[in-house]
Design a protein around this ligand. Structure first.
Ligand code: AHR
Length: 659
């Protein structure tokens, strides 16, 4: 029987069993089987779908340093007088990574010489919000004035101001702007007024309101959604972008730190990956670099989990590998990264971290070696990294990869080879149809407990809806993930970290879907899958306890899936229950060992009657709804709505630790 028919059978079974008497579940808070990692539910950030530049990273100007191969990408130059000049100069003396500057020579007083930036699919400003315009410039002669405006596509002005330049050496000019109105698809226009010549670089328009008010920080609404997840870890910077299409275009963290105006640029690996979703203007500016990632993790209260290139480019692309006897620079990058994160300010890389504003260590505890690599070429490289890293930093936990799929020859090979290694975690990835997730809720109940722990590092149920981008984040996909996640939680002794993937997508610039959070230039939308993640993460508990139906784990019988945890800090019993049937279910949850008082429980439900329902930027149809239940004689009687996921929270004492 294939996955689809199994799923249909399960659905039919659920559908035709509505009238059954109450289903009894038994929860035993006194039978703790294991602790749960505080890092159990985290996030995986990759710069895909314009998630960094044009997304979480709040910079609004595309190609502000003219580093794209075509220097005017994103810009429109209006230079009506032939005698005026526009020149891109390669000036390695200023910076070896950001080498280009633009020279403007204006010979007449006419004000028509302008440069207009289109932003990332337009520039979005919010009414009354404040923005900082800045530009690095060297006025060489004359008295040029820069008029800075943000305009609607109709030409209507939303914000404006002027900068007077003074001949001299390179300096940063800044201008505070306030948006008179909201604009979605705006442009930034620089008009050069007067006569003179100037060189300029790093044109920037940045909101003042960033997450935690960090300079060079994150878009407040998007980071706020991440914050609400209460993630236990942040895995960064990818994904395939760690690997790059070839080794030259791999992610090198050292190019992403130091003054933002000196950071280089590389092509984003997702730029032309899918012809049907080509994004030729997709590059990585590294304004969001490793310092910012560490800072973000700290601001979210999450453990940082960087992934480093292990001398291998993406095997879906060139598959280029570094020669085995030439791995040293790659390994050195990994060792230096640990020093950057944890070294004292006396060390070379610790000093750089301090100079960027964080003298205290970031307290890095985990590192991933390679992303989604496979076969012998990965194993032999991983083992060399492992030896070097564990020798110098035995306390750092290492994440190894198990390849691109959830099973099969490559998967089995990786596990066989690495089972006895010193890897602390094996990273497993699964992008599969909803039926797979329902059918695999028991996946880890069967796993051998010897060897590395599991990091479910990338997963998402891939449904087939097509209408608009967010429609692949259907309710069915979220429900399937919830069912599967009860299995992850039940096996939290083995599965220590999990993250949905990918995390974010711009509705006008995506390459891959489904994604956890969709956004445009002004707004963000949490998918049903987001709320599933949030409910698991916000109520993750500290210890696993058993929940059974007729003495068996609950993984599909009567179309139900369940897991249960104890939160010893909050003094809560938490039960997560999924009803995949299209009929409601009456359940009686018998909770052993509660004092014989009358208790109340919170029940938080996510549901939709339509399996292809989804949330969009215009309409959040599926979101948590809360109600109270009475618990009498230790029994919580509830009705599970058709196709629903519900979390029950029973407070049996006062919280010991405030959340
Ligand atoms: O999440 C999208 C991609 O899926 C990741 O970059 C890669 O690791 C996997 O193939």
């Amino acid at each position: 029987m294939n996955l689809k028919s199994t799923y249909i059978l399960l659905l039919i079974a659920g559908f035709y069993l509505p009238g059954r008497s109450q289903i009894k579940l038994a929860v035993k808070p006194n039978e703790v089987t294991s602790d749960i990692s505080p890092q159990m539910w985290g996030i995986f950030f990759e710069d895909i779908n314009f998630a960094a530049d044009g997304g979480l990273y709040a910079e609004l100007i595309k190609n502000g340093s003219f580093q794209f191969p075509i220097a005017l990408t994103g810009w429109r130059l209006n230079k009506p007088k032939a005698e005026d000049q526009w020149l891109i100069i390669n000036q390695q003396k200023r910076s070896i990574t950001n080498t280009r500057v633009a020279r403007i020579v204006k010979t007449t007083d006419s004000s028509a010489y302008t440069l207009t930036n289109e932003g990332y699919r337009g520039i979005g400003l919010l009414k009354n919000d404040k923005y900082n315009f800045s530009v690095w410039a060297r006025a060489m002669s004359g008295n040029l004035k820069l008029r800075i405006e943000v305009l609607r596509s109709t030409g209507a002005r939303i914000a404006s101001g002027e900068i007077i330049t003074t001949p001299g050496s390179w300096k940063k000019y800044e201008l505070a702007l306030t948006a008179a109105d909201s604009v979605y698809g705006g442009v930034l226009k620089i008009s050069f007024i007067g006569k003179g010549s100037i060189e300029m670089d790093n044109v920037s328009l940045f909101p003042v309101n960033t997450f935690k008010n960090r300079p060079n920080g994150m878009r407040a609404d998007l980071a706020g959604l991440l914050d609400s997840l209460k993630p236990g870890f942040v895995r960064f910077p990818g994904g395939c972008i760690v690997e790059g299409r070839d080794l030259q275009n791999r992610y090198q963290w050292k190019n992403t730190v130091g003054p933002v105006e000196n950071r280089g640029l590389i092509v984003n690996r997702w730029n032309m990956e899918f012809a049907r979703r080509a994004a030729p203007d997709y590059y990585q500016s590294f304004g969001l670099g490793f310092y910012e990632y560490f800072q973000l993790a700290e601001d979210l209260g999450a453990e940082p989990l960087p992934i480093i290139n292990c001398g291998m480019a993406c095997q879906f692309n060139s598959g280029e590998v570094a020669a085995m006897d030439e791995l040293d620079p790659y390994i050195q990058d990994a060792l230096d990264l640990i020093e950057f994160a944890n070294g004292t300010v006396q060390t070379k890389w610790g000093k750089l971290r301090a100079s960027m504003g964080h003298p205290a260590p970031f307290n890095l505890k985990m590192l991933g070696v390679g992303n989604e690599q496979w076969d012998a070429q990965y194993i032999e490289r991983y083992l060399v990294f492992e030896k070097a890293l564990k020798t110098k930093y035995p306390q750092i936990k290492l994440v190894a990869g198990s390849g691109p799929s959830a099973s099969g020859v490559l998967f089995d090979y990786a596990w066989k080879q690495l089972k006895t290694s010193k890897a602390d975690f094996m990273d497993e990835h699964y992008y599969l149809p909803p039926a797979w997730f329902f059918n695999n809720a028991k996946r880890y109940d069967r796993y051998d407990r010897e060897g590395p722990k599991i990091f479910a590092g990338e997963y998402a149920a891939h449904d087939k809806e097509e209408a608009i981008p967010e429609s692949r984040n259907s309710w069915l996909s979220a429900l399937a993930e919830a069912a599967f996640m009860t299995g992850l939680e039940r096996n939290a002794d083995l599965v220590r970290m999990c993250s949905y993937a990918p995390l974010m997508a711009h509705v006008d610039a995506w390459q891959w879907r489904p994604d956890l959070i969709w956004f445009d230039n002004l707004k963000a939308s949490a998918t049903p899958n987001y709320y599933v993640q949030k409910l698991f993460s916000n109520f993750k508990g500290t210890h696993i306890i058993s929940v059974t139906m007729q003495d068996s784990i609950v993984a599909g019988q009567d179309s139900l899936f369940a897991s249960s945890v104890l939160d010893k800090n909050q003094n809560q019993v938490i039960i997560k229950l999924v009803n995949m049937a299209r009929s409601s279910k009456k359940v009686e949850i018998h909770i052993d060992g509660l004092p014989p008082d009358k208790f109340q429980a919170r029940g938080i439900t996510l549901t939709s009657r339509l399996s292809n329902d989804f949330n969009s930027l215009k309409n959040t149809k599926i979101q948590p709804q809360e109600k109270q239940y009475d618990i009498l004689n230790s029994i919580l009687a509830a009705e599970m709505a058709p196709s629903s996921f519900q979390v029950f929270i029973i407070q049996y004492g006062s919280p010991k630790i405030s959340k």
